[in-house]
Write a protein of this length. Structure first.
Length: 484
């Protein structure tokens, strides 16, 4: 365990006003500080709200205590601009970074991957500006970028094999990758190896190699088209040609990912974690920490589960730079939904535009220029023979354009096929007609002899009996006269 004096030294070295440095300082003060384990104990006991209150109270106290290790005055000189040095105006942003990092510390402390680190009180350090050794697989594909994927790491001073890298993102708008040339091929190679192993392990070795080769052929095309964007300065309309080449490469990428949809996820994981890019565990990021913003607290997720957008091809970042492939960071959960007619219509429109751009690029690729001027057709062969570098670029551009036309045509056919399948699924099916059940023959009923129904005789009218003496006499007289 580090002593308090050791901790002060760590703070001086890591105490920068950038968010990763503030995050590392808070971790070291509240988790790796053996002199004061109050916050760590609260976290381990599950008393998260109390731990957060204690952290905020201590940070607020540090702002007014010039002797506190977290105080602005104890920040290292190396964190400020060399030209001006420490300025009084730096204090406010410094304190703001500390305040925002409280939320990040709580998110990291609750991550399962860091549970044992919290229990042991392991320290952290900033790694974003360092370098890590690349794997043979990545280097063989042409990758050269050794920048670690993590911005900081939690490590064990007594065990060099233990480390958990943390990649820090601001939120939507951040990127997991921005790769050029050999970096693209390196990422694709690492992801392709994992893809055929994970999703095509039941196939023969020859089939797996065929899929991997197809993926790497497209990676080579993307890299080559990126180089063409760099060398398109001699074109009559440079911006137009670069945009056209970008559209061509996007068509190649989309076609590949439509054919092998699971490959996209593995490519994003390589971009996020660096797994397979670096030798061993160094340089990788196991956790993605999304910083606090106005509406949401910080979150820490396993890098393997982090969401990302579909890879997109971008224009060169500046003059004499190749085109590049970007994978955008998506902190929120993506909701899957069934494609609608409108979705297919937009996809078809985009694919049709890609085809038009590819056909236009194919026509432009046939033109050979020399210092921005078109070489006459009768002199093209001699010019290319005398300029092998230009001839190589010309051939590569023509091949890429032809491939782009083919990809766009296949993409349109694929969209039409999927739209037709979706239409069949949504088409109302006629209700099955129910056949009437066969009627069973009725059992013969025993014949019953019908007796004649007796006809009732008309009832005779009842004669009323007289009620009074007068009525009696009248009744007697009527009988004598034969009256009813």
């Amino acid at each position: 365990m580090k002593s308090f004096e050791d901790f002060r030294f760590i703070c001086e070295k890591l105490n920068k006003t950038h968010d990763e440095d503030s995050q590392s300082k808070l971790w070291n003060y509240f988790i790796a500080n053996s002199e004061n384990t109050k916050v760590r104990d609260l976290i381990l006991n599950g008393e998260i709200e109390d731990a957060e209150k204690e952290i905020k109270k201590e940070v607020e106290k540090a702002k007014g205590d010039s002797n506190h290790p977290l105080n602005f005055k104890n920040a290292g000189d190396e964190e400020f601009a060399k030209a001006t040095g420490r300025q009084s105006s730096d204090e406010e942003p410094y304190n703001n970074f500390l305040d925002d990092s409280v939320s990040g510390l709580m998110a990291l402390a609750g991550q399962k991957k860091l549970r044992s680190a919290v229990e042991k009180g392991l320290p952290s350090r900033v790694t974003g500006s360092g370098t890590a050794e690349l794997s043979k697989k990545f280097k063989s594909a042409g990758g050269v970028d050794r920048t670690p994927k993590g911005d900081l790491e939690v490590y064990d001073p007594d065990n060099s094999k233990y480390r958990v890298g943390v990649s820090m993102k601001k939120g939507a708008g951040a990127q997991l990758a921005s790769a050029e040339g050999g970096e693209i091929k390196g990422m694709y190679k690492v992801a392709a190896k994992e893809y055929v192993k994970k999703f095509h392990g039941d196939k023969s070795k020859e089939e797996r190699q065929k899929i991997e080769k197809e993926i790497m052929n497209d990676a080579e095309r993307l890299s080559a088209i990126g180089r063409l964007q760099k060398s398109s300065g001699e074109a009559q309309d440079v911006d137009k040609q670069k945009q056209s080449l970008k559209n061509v490469s996007q068509g190649i990428s989309d076609r590949l990912l439509d054919k092998y949809p699971q490959f996209e996820r593995l490519l994003s994981q390589v971009a996020t974690t660096g797994k397979g890019k670096f030798k061993g565990n160094q340089g990788t990021a196991g956790i993605v920490l999304t910083g606090k913003n106005k509406s949401k607290e910080a979150t820490a997720k396993s890098a393997e589960q982090q969401k990302s957008a579909k890879p997109r091809l971008a224009l060169p970042k500046g003059k004499n730079r190749p085109g590049n492939l970007k994978i955008d960071y998506r902190p929120g959960e993506e909701k899957s939904r069934q494609s609608t007619f409108s979705d297919f219509s937009k996809q078809a429109s985009t694919a049709q535009k890609a085809l038009s751009d590819a056909e236009r690029e194919q026509a432009d690729a046939r033109v050979v220029t020399n210092n921005g001027k078109r070489v006459r057709r009768q002199h093209v062969a001699n010019f290319l023979q005398n300029n092998p570098d230009v001839a190589q670029q010309h051939a590569a551009r023509q091949a890429a354009a032809a491939q782009a036309v083919d990809n766009a045509q296949k993409s349109i056919a694929d969209i039409q096929s999927r739209a037709a399948q979706a239409r069949e699924k949504t088409k109302p099916q006629p209700a099955p007609q129910q056949q009437p059940e066969p009627t069973k023959p009725e059992a013969p009923q025993p014949q019953v002899k019908q007796e004649p129904v007796p006809v009732p005789k008309p009832e005779e009218k009842k004669k009323k009996k007289p009620q009074s003496e007068l009525q009696k006499r009248m009744y007697a007289a009527g009988e004598k006269l034969g009256l009813e």
